[in-house]
Ligand binder design. Structure first.
Ligand code: G6P
Length: 605
């Protein structure tokens, strides 16, 4: 999705902003642009380009000096990707520059009104409306001009504004799209993602919705859109700048898959309580009495996080015996859901920014529900909006498709399920058993990662398939769903996931030698049932790749993974299939970290 970077200080701003944009590349975009002010005259100079940041870089002239600037990467919503539709947007007199993330819902009305007043628009974007509104304001200060413009705008925004007549400042505002200030020594930064700030400062202020800020080189202040001063204290970001680098791997996806053992170790650290065979989750804000009162749990997320939620719901039902299910947040928010006071809602999101999830959380809160967040990015919108929750501590994830975050989210759900279970009816012995299983995970993940050469060979063998079927039963079904999503996202091979139990009710008609099936076959009480499904496929000459705890006779190939506790097996069984999707996509020459048409976090409708 779109990204913003801004800087005010003493340094030559263009290279710094371009480097910042590169840090945001992972979020997905189709064009980029930058504005800087001339140190002497204060006049604004702009360069924009359709394409990647390197296309923009190639266009920036040698002499492009400036010490204040704002830059943007755009993911087209209103108006196709093009040079002119890229941000920043300037007014006709080149006085005001605006970069914007989000969507102005009433842009068409405002545009018609402005055009009737004689304003000529240069682009097809909704953002340009904001530029003209600011430029036409008669207010005395830049802050007041921006405030006036925001008063008539409906929709979501994170914006950064420069004005040639107010060259000592950048004014920013947030409503539904992240704006983070980076507090430096005699320099200030702003960005939509800490990734763009962390090379310069780890002191940050995250704006709330309805908040604005003025950045000057040696000072910043925050206030609400109605002008009331707010007291923001900078917080220290724990992520290391180096964790945004590729660290010797060819792709971020590979790096992130390989980090899963240490990431799981991190989510477990300091949380296990051996004395009571349970775990402590500090931020839940749900005491034992309240936890006992929960009659139902509903988990909401999108994409991979939704799949993590499905596994989470299974864990909660098994360990805590609370009825639980997961639903795509994008569906939930549009179906006028019945909100029940005894249901605990859990929003899952790696980024903590996904608009569909955030909107579902806001709707739930409006209806008086209690919502917890299971989120990776500390201080993100969903984490802040929720009543409590737990961070999954996976560290930054840059590749568009999620791997280590998925694994850590599922482990976080196992912790939550154990915690709720031990408050309710899970025995000490079962609590101990699950804790022992959790402790084994990092070493078992390492074992699976060491199987990469073998999985690479298998992937090369299957890379020619036009389509693939993924099956699993009960605990294995969400694993199949996630593995199928991973394959489609990065290889563009069509893939379907079905419960193994449903095969005979329809999809069996598809089985033939050209349609390989990946089957999740854990060694649990459903083993024989799963074997029967493999036989049905084999009888129709279907090729089978099994992920199992022992070699499967009916399968053409088996990836044998280490066995954990039955309830925790799904955490491990998906990992070889991440590697499988990765090597399939690699064999097909795909752009793995930036799959076509996708963005890392979808912050718009
Ligand atoms: C996008 C990404 C997916 C991701 C989903 C949810 O669609 O392409 O990979 O799973 O958003 O993201 P979240 O940050 O909420 O987990």
């Amino acid at each position: 999705m779109c990204g913003i970077v801004g800087y005010i200080g003493k340094r030559d701003v263009a290279p710094l902003l371009l480097e910042g944009l590169q840090r945001l590349e992972y979020r997905g975009y189709d064009s980029a642009g930058v504005v800087v002010n001339s140190p002497k005259s204060g006049a604004l100079k702009m360069v924009k380009a359709k394409g990647r940041v390197r296309d923009l870089e190639a266009r920036v002239p040698k002499r492009f000096a400036g010490t204040t600037g704002i830059a943007h990467t755009r993911w087209a919503t209103h108006g196709a990707p093009s040079d002119v539709n890229s941000h920043p947007h300037l007014d006709p007199e080149n006085k005001v520059a605006v970069v914007h993330n989000g969507i102005v819902d009433n842009a068409a009305d405002l545009r018609a009104k402005l055009e009737a007043e004689g304003v000529v628009f240069a682009s097809e974007t909704d953002t340009e409306v904001i530029t003209h509104l600011i430029a036409r304001s008669l207010a005395d200060s830049l802050e007041e001009k921006v405030r006036e413009a925001l008063k008539v705008i409906e929709g979501t925004y994170g914006i950064a504004v420069m004005h040639a007549d107010f060259a000592d400042r950048i004014v920013v505002a947030r409503n539904g799209s992240p704006v983070i200030l980076g507090i430096g020594e005699k320099e200030m930064l702003v960005a939509s993602d800490v990734a763009a700030l962390i090379a310069h400062t780890r002191q940050v202020v995250t704006l709330n919705d309805g908040e604005m800020a003025t950045l000057k080189a040696d000072d910043f202040r925050t206030y609400t859109t109605s002008g009331t001063q707010t007291n923001a204290t900078p917080e220290t970001v724990e992520w290391e700048a180096a964790s945004f680098d590729m660290g010797g791997h060819d792709t971020y996806m590979h790096k992130e898959m390989s980090e899963q053992a240490e990431a799981v170790d991190r989510v477990l650290r300091g949380r296990i309580d051996d004395r009571f065979s349970t775990v402590h989750l500090g931020g839940l804000n749900l005491d034992a009495r309240e936890a006992r009162g929960v009659r139902r749990i509903k988990i909401l997320g999108c994409g991979t996080s939704y799949h993590a939620g499905l596994i989470g719901a299974g864990l909660i039902e098994e360990l805590a015996r609370i009825p639980a299910d997961a639903e795509p947040a994008s569906e939930f928010r549009y179906r006028n859901p019945v909100v029940d006071p005894d249901t605990l809602y859990i929003a899952v999101s790696q980024s903590g920014e996904t608009y569909d999830v955030l909107a579902a959380v806001q709707e739930l809160k409006r209806k008086g529900a209690r919502v917890l967040g299971v989120v990776n990015v500390v201080g993100s919108a969903i984490a802040r909006e929720a009543d409590g929750g737990t961070y999954v501590h996976a560290g930054p994830e840059v590749c568009v498709v999620s791997t280590k975050c998925f694994t850590n989210t599922v482990v976080a759900f196992a912790l939550l399920a154990l915690h709720l279970g031990r408050i309710r009816d899970l025995s000490v012995a079962d609590g101990k058993r699950i804790i022992e299983g959790l402790r084994k995970l990092p070493a078992q993940i390492e074992e699976i990662l060491a199987m990469e050469p073998e999985i690479e060979k298998l992937a090369q063998e299957y890379a020619g398939a036009q389509s693939m079927m993924f099956i699993g039963r009960v605990r294995g079904y969400p694993v199949a769903l996630e593995a199928s999503l991973k394959l489609k996202e990065i290889s563009y091979i069509h893939a379907e996931a079905y419960p193994a139990s449903e095969l005979k009710h329809g999809p069996l008609a598809l089985i033939e030698p050209a349609l390989p099936t990946v089957a999740i076959v854990p060694n649990d009480d459903l083993l024989e049932k799963n074997r029967a499904a493999l036989e049905e496929i084999k009888a129709r000459s279907g090729r089978i790749l099994a992920v199992a705890h022992q070699n499967q006779e009916k399968a053409d190939h088996t990836i044998v993974v280490p066995k954990n506790e039955d309830e925790l097996d799904p955490i491990l069984m998906g990992i070889p299939l991440q590697l499988f999707a990765y090597h399939t996509a690699l064999a097909m020459g795909r752009d793995i970290d930036k799959p076509r048409n996708l963005a890392k976090s979808v912050t718009v409708e």
